[in-house]
Design a protein around this ligand. Structure first.
Ligand code: SAH
Length: 420
């Protein structure tokens, strides 16, 4: 068993941890140097300044903080039974998805939302992928694997370490060769790609190609809405498309045409693969490997406009054309999309930055429409789906914001001038 270290909380922060706040950060401690020299994975007994128990946490360094609370019950041991309980509860909440015949890829455990920060587990057609976000949580690896393997039926279990940059770099290898560094843990090795289904459409999943496996599971509901309600008969532009997952749903929803844009070469091969898997073909579906910012210039020059524009950029991106940060540049990026959207057309505006709150996102939308001198109507709004459980006291865990915006052009003054 790991050693334990007592950490006195700063009086100012005691109340929040008593209520159940999950993230441990340096300033919350009376003496931040208390963790100096500790091994990651050490259990921390968080106490009031007078020594009274508040919670048990583990020490693990992530960009967000230095550990996560595991339990508020003093007598609860952090042992095999603890992990089994937590994982079992997580699985129970996803029973509906396990039973859904049209979908076999989803999240079964979502970090602090399910009670253990720094740990996520996704399910892909019989295979489980465990993501560890710090060396600290990785210390509990054998307990976590054992717990998972005992409570689920599986073909195979894989892991991915988000904290180990060396391992991440090594995984950027050619995925056609089954390299041994694919994070295999137990069961049967998968043959990549694993073909999964989401609401009846297929995706190709690679665990041996870095942290991004081929699809972002958190956008499932947005993809379904695009297919079921918005795509039919429309010219669709999908920006920052990655493997074209949104494009697949637009095409399956009978879009008139689709244009898929991403700067990364892999988008061509991976989107084509998705098209083949889903029987999508023909000239109406174009894939363009280009910087989005260059594509805006090209589209303007050629007078290209669209009925449905999907905007799902990363939080940060560096390309030859420019360095993009959602926090700074989202309004101008959205304004560019408005310019490309026909009157009464729709923009699916997505943002997944944890540091951009819903209020800020709304401000960004307002600002963009001001910049483009247009008005909008919000048709629907989405946050994370239910399998991405969030923590009510930790706002950042609800990072996804997606608005379906109808673009209404302001009528030009001349339109109102009546003929004499
Ligand atoms: N919308 C995607 C996920 C986006 S991931 C989906 O639904 O699956 C972010 C993508 O943005 C990556 O594929 C990356 O290659 C791309 N990207 C980053 N900067 C870019 C730029 N300047 N122009 C075009 N694509 C860019």
């Amino acid at each position: 068993m790991k050693s334990r270290q007592q950490i006195k909380l700063n009086e100012k922060h005691v109340k929040k941890y008593k209520k159940g706040y999950p993230l441990l950060f340096s300033q919350a401690m009376s003496n931040p140097s208390d963790v100096n020299g500790l091994e990651e994975g050490t259990l921390l007994t968080l106490t009031e300044p007078n020594g009274r128990f508040v919670a048990t946490a583990y020490y693990g360094i992530q960009n967000k903080g230095i550990g996560w609370v595991l339990s508020k019950i003093q007598s609860e041991a952090i042992d095999d039974f603890y992990f089994k309980k937590k994982l079992y509860k997580g699985l129970e909440k996803r029973m509906g998805l396990y039973k859904n015949p049209k979908t076999n890829c989803f999240r079964v455990f979502n970090g602090e939302g399910d009670g253990i920060g720094g740990l996520t587990i996704d399910f892909f057609a019989g295979y489980y992928l465990i993501n560890y976000y710090s060396q600290g949580i990785y210390h509990f690896k054998s307990l976590i694997e054992e717990a998972l393997s005992e409570i689920v039926e599986y073909d195979g279990i894989y892991e991915y370490c988000r904290f180990d940059q060396n391992a991440a770099a090594q995984k950027q290898t050619d995925h056609s060769s089954q390299d041994m560094n694919d994070g295999f843990v137990m069961g049967k090795r998968a043959k990549f790609p694993i073909i999964v289904k989401e609401n009846g459409e297929k995706f190709a999943i690679y665990f041996n190609d870095g942290a991004m496996v081929g699809v972002f599971l958190d956008q499932r509901e947005v993809r379904r809405q695009i297919r079921n309600k918005y795509a039919r008969g429309r010219d669709v532009l999908n920006l920052f498309a990655y493997t074209g997952a949104f494009t697949v749903f637009a095409a399956k929803g009978d879009a008139k045409s689709t244009t898929t844009v991403d700067v990364a070469n892999r988008t061509l091969e991976r989107t084509q693969e998705h098209f083949e898997l889903n029987d999508i073909s023909g000239d109406a579906h174009q894939i363009i490997i280009e910087d989005v910012f260059n594509y805006f210039d090209y589209a303007e020059k050629k007078d290209l406009t669209y009925d449905l524009v999907i905007l799902d950029p990363p939080s940060f991106a560096k390309s030859k054309a420019m360095t993009f940060s959602a926090e700074k540049d989202y309004p101008s990026l959205l304004a560019e999309c408005i310019e490309l959207t026909r009157d009464n057309g729709i923009i699916v505006a997505c943002n997944n930055s944890a540091n951009i709150s819903l209020d800020k996102f709304k401000q960004f939308v307002g600002k963009a429409f001001n910049m483009a001198d247009a008005r909008f109507e919000v048709l629907e709004y989405h946050s994370l789906p239910k399998d991405f459980r969030t923590h009510p006291l930790y706002e950042e865990s609800s990072y996804l914001k997606v608005a379906f915006l109808k673009v209404l052009r302001k009528q030009k003054i001349e339109d109102f001038i009546l003929e004499p």
